[in-house]
Design a protein around this ligand. Sequence first.
Ligand SMILES: Nc1ncnc2c1ncn2[C@@H]1O[C@H](COP(=O)(O)OP(=O)(O)OP(=O)(O)O)[C@@H](O)[C@H]1O
Ligand SMILES: [Mg+2]
Length: 401
Amino acid sequence: MSETSSKPTRSGPLVIYVDDERPNRIVFEQSFTEFNVKAVSDGTAALELLEANDAAVLVTDMRMPGMSGEELLRIAKEKYPRTIRIVITAYSDVSPILRAVNEGLVARYIVKPWTRNEVAQVLRWACEAWTFGRDSAALHQRLLETERLATLGSMAGMLVHDLKQPLMSLLINIDYLRELADAAPMLREAIAQHQSLPSDKKHRLDEVVGELDSLTTDLKTSAVHLSDLVNSLRDMGRPRDGTAPALSATNPLPIVRHAMAVCQELAVAVRASIGYDGPGALPSVRMSATELMQVLVNVVANGAQAVAARGSPHGKVSISARPDGEMLELKVRDDGVGMPREVLDRAGTPFFTTRTEGTGLGIAQCQRLVGGAGGRFSIESEVGKGTTVTITIPVADSTAA
Ligand SMILES: Nc1ncnc2c1ncn2[C@@H]1O[C@H](COP(=O)(O)OP(=O)(O)OP(=O)(O)O)[C@@H](O)[C@H]1O
Ligand SMILES: [Mg+2]
Protein backbone atom coordinates (compact mmCIF):
# COMPACT_ATOMS: atom_id res chain seq x y z
CA MET A 1 0.00 0.00 0.00
CA SER A 2 2.96 2.35 0.62
CA GLU A 3 3.79 2.80 -3.11
CA THR A 4 0.29 3.38 -4.36
CA SER A 5 -0.91 5.65 -1.58
CA SER A 6 0.91 8.67 -3.06
CA LYS A 7 -0.61 8.27 -6.53
CA PRO A 8 -3.92 6.51 -6.20
CA THR A 9 -5.43 7.28 -9.61
CA ARG A 10 -2.45 7.57 -11.91
CA SER A 11 -0.48 4.89 -13.67
CA GLY A 12 2.28 4.58 -16.27
CA PRO A 13 5.92 5.66 -16.19
CA LEU A 14 6.70 7.96 -13.30
CA VAL A 15 7.28 11.65 -14.08
CA ILE A 16 8.88 13.63 -11.25
CA TYR A 17 8.30 17.38 -11.27
CA VAL A 18 10.43 19.62 -9.05
CA ASP A 19 9.47 23.22 -8.31
CA ASP A 20 9.81 25.23 -5.10
CA GLU A 21 6.61 27.17 -5.80
CA ARG A 22 3.46 25.40 -4.69
CA PRO A 23 1.09 27.02 -7.25
CA ASN A 24 3.39 25.82 -10.07
CA ARG A 25 3.29 22.28 -8.69
CA ILE A 26 -0.50 22.27 -8.48
CA VAL A 27 -0.86 23.60 -12.03
CA PHE A 28 1.57 21.04 -13.36
CA GLU A 29 -0.07 18.09 -11.64
CA GLN A 30 -3.53 19.18 -12.72
CA SER A 31 -2.51 19.91 -16.30
CA PHE A 32 -1.09 16.48 -17.02
CA THR A 33 -3.48 14.02 -15.49
CA GLU A 34 -2.77 11.57 -18.32
CA PHE A 35 0.76 11.15 -16.93
CA ASN A 36 1.84 9.63 -13.67
CA VAL A 37 3.12 12.95 -12.27
CA LYS A 38 4.53 13.30 -8.78
CA ALA A 39 5.40 16.88 -7.85
CA VAL A 40 7.93 17.71 -5.14
CA SER A 41 9.29 20.97 -3.77
CA ASP A 42 13.04 20.43 -3.74
CA GLY A 43 16.00 18.45 -5.00
CA THR A 44 16.30 16.29 -1.91
CA ALA A 45 12.71 15.05 -2.21
CA ALA A 46 13.29 14.38 -5.91
CA LEU A 47 16.38 12.30 -5.15
CA GLU A 48 14.42 10.26 -2.59
CA LEU A 49 11.79 9.51 -5.24
CA LEU A 50 14.47 8.61 -7.78
CA GLU A 51 16.04 6.24 -5.28
CA ALA A 52 12.75 4.52 -4.49
CA ASN A 53 11.37 4.26 -8.07
CA ASP A 54 12.57 3.54 -11.55
CA ALA A 55 11.43 6.99 -12.71
CA ALA A 56 11.04 7.69 -16.43
CA VAL A 57 11.33 11.48 -16.44
CA LEU A 58 12.70 14.18 -14.16
CA VAL A 59 11.40 17.68 -14.89
CA THR A 60 13.03 20.43 -12.86
CA ASP A 61 13.18 24.15 -12.44
CA MET A 62 16.69 25.66 -12.56
CA ARG A 63 16.43 28.29 -9.85
CA MET A 64 15.51 26.81 -6.50
CA PRO A 65 16.63 27.57 -2.98
CA GLY A 66 18.81 24.85 -1.47
CA MET A 67 19.91 22.37 -4.08
CA SER A 68 19.92 24.07 -7.51
CA GLY A 69 18.43 22.47 -10.60
CA GLU A 70 21.90 22.05 -12.02
CA GLU A 71 23.13 20.20 -8.93
CA LEU A 72 20.10 17.93 -8.97
CA LEU A 73 20.61 17.16 -12.67
CA ARG A 74 24.26 16.37 -12.12
CA ILE A 75 23.48 13.87 -9.35
CA ALA A 76 20.60 12.36 -11.32
CA LYS A 77 22.82 11.94 -14.38
CA GLU A 78 25.44 10.18 -12.32
CA LYS A 79 23.18 7.94 -10.20
CA TYR A 80 20.07 7.43 -12.33
CA PRO A 81 21.30 7.86 -15.90
CA ARG A 82 18.29 6.19 -17.49
CA THR A 83 15.82 8.74 -16.18
CA ILE A 84 15.28 11.38 -18.87
CA ARG A 85 16.11 14.84 -17.58
CA ILE A 86 14.19 17.93 -18.67
CA VAL A 87 14.44 21.52 -17.51
CA ILE A 88 11.60 24.02 -17.32
CA THR A 89 12.96 27.48 -16.97
CA ALA A 90 12.91 31.11 -18.01
CA TYR A 91 14.80 32.13 -21.14
CA SER A 92 16.92 34.56 -19.09
CA ASP A 93 18.74 31.56 -17.61
CA VAL A 94 20.49 31.04 -20.92
CA SER A 95 24.03 30.26 -19.75
CA PRO A 96 23.17 27.51 -17.24
CA ILE A 97 20.87 26.00 -19.88
CA LEU A 98 23.61 25.95 -22.48
CA ARG A 99 25.98 24.37 -19.98
CA ALA A 100 23.35 21.80 -19.05
CA VAL A 101 22.59 20.91 -22.67
CA ASN A 102 26.24 20.74 -23.67
CA GLU A 103 27.27 18.58 -20.76
CA GLY A 104 24.43 16.24 -21.53
CA LEU A 105 22.69 17.09 -18.25
CA VAL A 106 19.34 17.53 -19.98
CA ALA A 107 17.71 16.16 -23.09
CA ARG A 108 15.28 19.00 -23.46
CA TYR A 109 14.36 22.29 -21.91
CA ILE A 110 11.01 23.99 -21.91
CA VAL A 111 10.74 27.77 -21.77
CA LYS A 112 8.30 29.49 -19.43
CA PRO A 113 5.52 30.32 -19.96
CA TRP A 114 4.82 26.89 -21.43
CA THR A 115 1.69 25.67 -23.12
CA ARG A 116 -0.05 22.45 -22.14
CA ASN A 117 0.32 20.99 -25.62
CA GLU A 118 4.01 21.66 -25.84
CA VAL A 119 4.79 20.08 -22.48
CA ALA A 120 2.46 17.13 -23.09
CA GLN A 121 4.28 16.45 -26.34
CA VAL A 122 7.68 16.53 -24.65
CA LEU A 123 6.44 14.29 -21.82
CA ARG A 124 5.03 11.79 -24.30
CA TRP A 125 8.31 11.77 -26.21
CA ALA A 126 10.29 11.33 -22.97
CA CYS A 127 8.12 8.47 -21.69
CA GLU A 128 8.41 6.70 -25.05
CA ALA A 129 12.15 7.22 -25.20
CA TRP A 130 12.47 5.85 -21.68
CA THR A 131 10.33 2.80 -22.51
CA PHE A 132 12.28 2.11 -25.72
CA GLY A 133 15.50 2.67 -23.85
CA ARG A 134 14.72 -0.22 -21.54
CA ASP A 135 15.11 -2.47 -24.57
CA SER A 136 17.90 -0.71 -26.40
CA ALA A 137 20.48 1.50 -24.75
CA ALA A 138 21.87 2.58 -28.14
CA LEU A 139 18.48 3.74 -29.38
CA HIS A 140 17.93 5.64 -26.14
CA GLN A 141 21.24 7.43 -26.65
CA ARG A 142 20.40 8.34 -30.26
CA LEU A 143 17.04 9.76 -29.26
CA LEU A 144 18.68 11.93 -26.63
CA GLU A 145 21.27 13.22 -29.09
CA THR A 146 18.56 14.22 -31.57
CA GLU A 147 16.68 16.03 -28.86
CA ARG A 148 19.75 17.92 -27.71
CA LEU A 149 20.27 19.23 -31.22
CA ALA A 150 16.62 20.23 -31.49
CA THR A 151 16.95 22.12 -28.21
CA LEU A 152 20.07 23.94 -29.33
CA GLY A 153 18.46 24.77 -32.64
CA SER A 154 15.50 26.46 -31.00
CA MET A 155 17.74 28.29 -28.53
CA ALA A 156 19.85 29.55 -31.40
CA GLY A 157 16.69 30.82 -33.07
CA MET A 158 15.70 32.80 -29.98
CA LEU A 159 19.16 34.29 -29.55
CA VAL A 160 19.31 35.35 -33.18
CA HIS A 161 15.93 36.98 -32.87
CA ASP A 162 17.03 38.99 -29.84
CA LEU A 163 20.42 39.95 -31.29
CA LYS A 164 19.22 41.15 -34.69
CA GLN A 165 17.84 44.52 -33.56
CA PRO A 166 20.80 45.89 -31.56
CA LEU A 167 23.20 44.54 -34.16
CA MET A 168 21.42 46.36 -36.94
CA SER A 169 21.57 49.66 -35.08
CA LEU A 170 25.26 49.07 -34.30
CA LEU A 171 26.02 48.58 -38.00
CA ILE A 172 24.06 51.66 -39.05
CA ASN A 173 25.80 53.80 -36.44
CA ILE A 174 29.21 52.54 -37.47
CA ASP A 175 28.47 53.50 -41.07
CA TYR A 176 27.51 56.96 -39.85
CA LEU A 177 30.71 57.15 -37.81
CA ARG A 178 32.59 56.20 -40.99
CA GLU A 179 31.13 59.26 -42.75
CA LEU A 180 32.17 61.47 -39.83
CA ALA A 181 35.63 59.93 -39.74
CA ASP A 182 36.07 60.75 -43.41
CA ALA A 183 36.13 64.42 -42.36
CA ALA A 184 39.24 63.75 -40.24
CA PRO A 185 41.77 65.20 -42.73
CA MET A 186 39.76 68.44 -42.84
CA LEU A 187 39.72 68.63 -39.06
CA ARG A 188 43.45 67.99 -38.82
CA GLU A 189 44.11 70.80 -41.23
CA ALA A 190 41.90 73.15 -39.23
CA ILE A 191 43.69 72.20 -36.01
CA ALA A 192 47.11 72.73 -37.61
CA GLN A 193 46.13 76.17 -38.83
CA HIS A 194 44.55 77.28 -35.57
CA GLN A 195 46.58 80.26 -34.32
CA SER A 196 45.67 80.66 -30.67
CA LEU A 197 45.74 76.97 -29.65
CA PRO A 198 48.71 75.98 -27.44
CA SER A 199 50.86 73.32 -29.11
CA ASP A 200 50.24 70.58 -26.49
CA LYS A 201 46.49 70.90 -27.04
CA LYS A 202 47.02 70.91 -30.79
CA HIS A 203 49.02 67.75 -30.45
CA ARG A 204 46.36 66.05 -28.34
CA LEU A 205 43.52 67.02 -30.70
CA ASP A 206 45.52 65.85 -33.67
CA GLU A 207 46.04 62.50 -31.92
CA VAL A 208 42.32 62.11 -31.19
CA VAL A 209 41.30 62.89 -34.74
CA GLY A 210 44.06 60.65 -36.07
CA GLU A 211 42.61 57.66 -34.19
CA LEU A 212 39.16 58.05 -35.70
CA ASP A 213 39.89 56.27 -38.94
CA SER A 214 41.47 53.09 -37.59
CA LEU A 215 39.02 52.93 -34.70
CA THR A 216 36.08 53.05 -37.10
CA THR A 217 37.65 50.36 -39.28
CA ASP A 218 38.21 48.11 -36.25
CA LEU A 219 34.66 48.65 -35.03
CA LYS A 220 33.31 47.80 -38.45
CA THR A 221 35.39 44.60 -38.65
CA SER A 222 34.19 43.45 -35.24
CA ALA A 223 30.56 44.28 -36.00
CA VAL A 224 30.71 42.39 -39.29
CA HIS A 225 32.27 39.44 -37.49
CA LEU A 226 29.48 39.56 -34.93
CA SER A 227 26.92 39.70 -37.69
CA ASP A 228 28.50 36.65 -39.37
CA LEU A 229 28.33 34.76 -36.09
CA VAL A 230 24.67 35.63 -35.68
CA ASN A 231 24.02 34.43 -39.21
CA SER A 232 25.76 31.15 -38.60
CA LEU A 233 23.69 30.74 -35.44
CA ARG A 234 20.57 31.42 -37.46
CA ASP A 235 21.59 28.73 -39.95
CA MET A 236 22.01 26.22 -37.13
CA GLY A 237 18.41 26.66 -36.13
CA ARG A 238 17.09 26.22 -39.65
CA PRO A 239 16.14 22.94 -41.15
CA ARG A 240 18.27 22.45 -44.22
CA ASP A 241 16.78 22.96 -47.64
CA GLY A 242 17.45 19.60 -49.22
CA THR A 243 16.83 20.76 -52.78
CA ALA A 244 19.55 23.38 -53.01
CA PRO A 245 22.70 21.25 -53.18
CA ALA A 246 21.36 18.97 -55.89
CA LEU A 247 21.15 21.92 -58.27
CA SER A 248 24.60 23.34 -57.70
CA ALA A 249 27.77 22.05 -59.28
CA THR A 250 30.84 23.67 -57.85
CA ASN A 251 34.38 23.44 -59.10
CA PRO A 252 36.20 22.84 -55.81
CA LEU A 253 39.69 23.99 -56.81
CA PRO A 254 39.10 27.77 -56.83
CA ILE A 255 37.30 27.36 -53.49
CA VAL A 256 40.24 25.43 -52.02
CA ARG A 257 42.58 28.21 -53.15
CA HIS A 258 40.30 30.90 -51.80
CA ALA A 259 39.98 29.18 -48.43
CA MET A 260 43.77 28.92 -48.27
CA ALA A 261 44.13 32.62 -49.04
CA VAL A 262 41.60 33.54 -46.34
CA CYS A 263 43.51 31.55 -43.71
CA GLN A 264 46.93 32.68 -44.94
CA GLU A 265 47.16 35.59 -42.53
CA LEU A 266 46.53 33.30 -39.58
CA ALA A 267 49.24 30.95 -40.78
CA VAL A 268 51.83 33.62 -41.55
CA ALA A 269 51.42 35.04 -38.04
CA VAL A 270 52.67 31.75 -36.58
CA ARG A 271 55.16 31.08 -39.37
CA ALA A 272 53.20 28.12 -40.62
CA SER A 273 52.41 27.22 -44.20
CA ILE A 274 49.23 26.15 -45.94
CA GLY A 275 49.54 24.14 -49.12
CA TYR A 276 47.50 22.23 -51.67
CA ASP A 277 48.79 18.89 -52.74
CA GLY A 278 46.52 17.23 -55.27
CA PRO A 279 45.49 17.06 -58.94
CA GLY A 280 45.32 20.26 -61.00
CA ALA A 281 41.75 19.50 -62.07
CA LEU A 282 38.94 18.10 -59.95
CA PRO A 283 35.40 17.00 -60.68
CA SER A 284 32.63 19.43 -59.68
CA VAL A 285 30.83 18.65 -56.46
CA ARG A 286 27.17 18.77 -55.50
CA MET A 287 27.40 21.57 -52.95
CA SER A 288 27.10 25.33 -53.28
CA ALA A 289 30.32 27.34 -53.49
CA THR A 290 29.38 29.32 -50.35
CA GLU A 291 28.83 26.18 -48.32
CA LEU A 292 32.02 24.50 -49.50
CA MET A 293 33.86 27.71 -48.71
CA GLN A 294 32.39 27.78 -45.19
CA VAL A 295 33.43 24.18 -44.59
CA LEU A 296 36.97 24.59 -45.88
CA VAL A 297 37.60 27.88 -44.10
CA ASN A 298 36.43 26.40 -40.80
CA VAL A 299 38.56 23.28 -41.13
CA VAL A 300 41.68 25.06 -42.43
CA ALA A 301 41.33 27.74 -39.73
CA ASN A 302 41.10 25.04 -37.08
CA GLY A 303 44.26 23.47 -38.52
CA ALA A 304 46.12 26.77 -38.52
CA GLN A 305 44.98 27.47 -34.94
CA ALA A 306 46.18 24.02 -33.86
CA VAL A 307 49.56 24.68 -35.46
CA ALA A 308 49.68 28.06 -33.70
CA ALA A 309 48.88 26.42 -30.35
CA ARG A 310 51.90 24.13 -30.82
CA GLY A 311 54.11 27.15 -30.40
CA SER A 312 57.00 26.13 -32.66
CA PRO A 313 57.41 27.52 -36.21
CA HIS A 314 57.29 25.68 -39.55
CA GLY A 315 54.00 23.93 -38.90
CA LYS A 316 51.99 22.81 -41.88
CA VAL A 317 48.38 22.57 -42.93
CA SER A 318 47.99 20.67 -46.17
CA ILE A 319 44.93 20.03 -48.27
CA SER A 320 44.77 17.07 -50.58
CA ALA A 321 42.06 15.86 -52.93
CA ARG A 322 41.22 12.51 -54.47
CA PRO A 323 38.28 11.72 -56.71
CA ASP A 324 36.84 8.36 -55.71
CA GLY A 325 34.04 7.22 -58.01
CA GLU A 326 30.87 9.09 -57.11
CA MET A 327 32.62 11.04 -54.38
CA LEU A 328 35.39 13.56 -54.01
CA GLU A 329 37.53 13.12 -50.94
CA LEU A 330 39.21 16.19 -49.47
CA LYS A 331 41.66 15.81 -46.62
CA VAL A 332 42.95 18.63 -44.43
CA ARG A 333 45.97 17.58 -42.38
CA ASP A 334 47.77 19.62 -39.79
CA ASP A 335 50.74 18.91 -37.57
CA GLY A 336 49.35 20.97 -34.72
CA VAL A 337 48.62 20.08 -31.10
CA GLY A 338 46.08 17.33 -31.88
CA MET A 339 43.05 16.50 -29.77
CA PRO A 340 42.81 14.41 -26.64
CA ARG A 341 40.07 11.77 -26.71
CA GLU A 342 37.61 13.86 -24.67
CA VAL A 343 38.00 16.84 -27.02
CA LEU A 344 37.63 14.66 -30.12
CA ASP A 345 34.46 13.12 -28.68
CA ARG A 346 32.89 16.50 -28.07
CA ALA A 347 34.12 18.43 -31.11
CA GLY A 348 31.04 19.14 -33.23
CA THR A 349 28.72 19.57 -30.25
CA PRO A 350 27.40 23.10 -30.82
CA PHE A 351 29.16 25.64 -28.57
CA PHE A 352 31.87 23.21 -27.49
CA THR A 353 35.21 24.97 -27.68
CA THR A 354 38.59 24.88 -25.95
CA ARG A 355 39.67 28.24 -27.38
CA THR A 356 38.95 31.43 -25.43
CA GLU A 357 37.94 33.30 -28.57
CA GLY A 358 36.15 30.34 -30.18
CA THR A 359 32.39 29.99 -30.47
CA GLY A 360 32.43 26.24 -30.89
CA LEU A 361 30.20 26.30 -33.93
CA GLY A 362 32.80 25.56 -36.63
CA ILE A 363 32.76 21.77 -36.72
CA ALA A 364 29.02 21.56 -35.98
CA GLN A 365 28.43 23.80 -38.99
CA CYS A 366 30.74 21.70 -41.20
CA GLN A 367 29.00 18.49 -40.17
CA ARG A 368 25.63 20.01 -40.90
CA LEU A 369 26.61 21.34 -44.33
CA VAL A 370 28.51 18.25 -45.47
CA GLY A 371 25.80 15.94 -44.13
CA GLY A 372 23.15 18.03 -45.88
CA ALA A 373 24.99 17.66 -49.18
CA GLY A 374 24.96 13.90 -48.76
CA GLY A 375 28.63 13.69 -47.82
CA ARG A 376 30.61 12.58 -44.79
CA PHE A 377 32.78 14.47 -42.34
CA SER A 378 35.23 12.71 -40.04
CA ILE A 379 38.15 13.61 -37.81
CA GLU A 380 41.18 11.60 -36.75
CA SER A 381 43.60 13.10 -34.30
CA GLU A 382 46.57 12.29 -32.15
CA VAL A 383 47.85 14.50 -29.35
CA GLY A 384 51.23 16.02 -30.21
CA LYS A 385 51.12 14.71 -33.78
CA GLY A 386 48.23 16.44 -35.50
CA THR A 387 44.80 16.11 -36.98
CA THR A 388 43.33 14.90 -40.25
CA VAL A 389 39.85 15.93 -41.30
CA THR A 390 38.30 13.95 -44.13
CA ILE A 391 35.45 15.50 -46.08
CA THR A 392 33.69 13.40 -48.70
CA ILE A 393 31.25 15.14 -51.05
CA PRO A 394 29.20 13.66 -53.90
CA VAL A 395 30.43 14.72 -57.33
CA ALA A 396 27.93 16.63 -59.45
CA ASP A 397 28.32 14.64 -62.66
CA SER A 398 31.01 12.66 -64.32
CA THR A 399 32.09 15.84 -66.13
CA ALA A 400 35.43 17.09 -64.87
CA ALA A 401 35.59 20.79 -64.15
N1 LIG B 1 42.64 20.74 -36.25
C1 LIG B 1 42.44 20.74 -34.93
N2 LIG B 1 43.45 20.42 -34.08
C2 LIG B 1 43.25 20.41 -32.75
N3 LIG B 1 42.07 20.70 -32.15
C3 LIG B 1 41.04 21.01 -32.94
C4 LIG B 1 41.14 21.04 -34.36
N4 LIG B 1 39.94 21.36 -34.87
C5 LIG B 1 39.11 21.53 -33.82
N5 LIG B 1 39.76 21.32 -32.65
C6 LIG B 1 39.17 21.35 -31.30
O1 LIG B 1 37.77 21.27 -31.42
C7 LIG B 1 37.13 22.40 -30.80
C8 LIG B 1 35.88 22.75 -31.58
O2 LIG B 1 36.20 23.22 -32.88
P1 LIG B 1 35.19 24.17 -33.64
O3 LIG B 1 35.78 24.54 -34.94
O4 LIG B 1 33.86 23.53 -33.64
O5 LIG B 1 35.08 25.42 -32.69
P2 LIG B 1 36.20 26.52 -32.37
O6 LIG B 1 37.30 26.45 -33.40
O7 LIG B 1 36.60 26.37 -30.96
O8 LIG B 1 35.36 27.86 -32.54
P3 LIG B 1 34.81 28.47 -33.93
O9 LIG B 1 33.33 28.46 -33.79
O10 LIG B 1 35.40 29.83 -33.98
O11 LIG B 1 35.27 27.59 -35.06
C9 LIG B 1 38.21 23.47 -30.81
O12 LIG B 1 38.00 24.40 -29.75
C10 LIG B 1 39.48 22.66 -30.59
O13 LIG B 1 39.65 22.32 -29.24
MG1 LIG C 1 36.86 26.43 -35.46
